[in-house]
Design a protein around this ligand. Structure first.
Ligand code: MN
Length: 137
């Protein structure tokens, strides 16, 4: 049987896996609930070290990275992941509380593919997720 037929059969499509690195429980729950409802497979980390560990061990297809995090901040985690051959290809969207121009520069300097500001506008964020996952395919 053709491979394509197998891929389009309902229930056989492997949905992308998204890692949420966020210490705020409300944001984490909201994001994971809404992403799961869209069919994504979701993993969560509540501090930078756990985020780094899960990014390496679970090979997610995309990472949503809060910046202000316990143990290791989002910039540090991003730099580590982008300097590792095994994880540098994973697109990262940084989430920060302030719409500062300096934050945007820091995000791009650290190697993030995109950047969004809090409070989270899910529809806007989802479009960025979509386009990064589409580019990857
Ligand atoms: Mn935070």
């Amino acid at each position: 049987m053709a491979i394509t037929e197998d891929l389009v059969r309902p229930g056989k499509i492997k949905m992308p896996k998204i890692l949420i690195v966020e210490d705020n429980e409300l944001n984490r729950d909201m994001l994971s609930r809404r992403l799961e409802r869209k069919g994504y497979s979701v993993l969560c980390a509540h501090d930078g070290e756990q985020g780094h560990f899960l990014a390496c061990s679970e090979a997610p297809d995309l990472i949503l990275m809060d910046i202000s995090l316990p143990l290791m901040n989002g910039w540090e985690v991003t730099r580590l992941l982008k300097s590792n051959e095994r994880t540098r290809h994973i697109p990262i969207i940084a989430l920060t509380a302030h719409a500062l121009v300096t934050d945007r520069h820091t995000a791009l300097d650290a190697g993030c593919e995109d950047y969004d500001t809090k409070p989270i506008d899910f529809e806007r964020l989802d479009k960025k997720i979509d386009s990064l996952l589409t580019v990857k395919k």
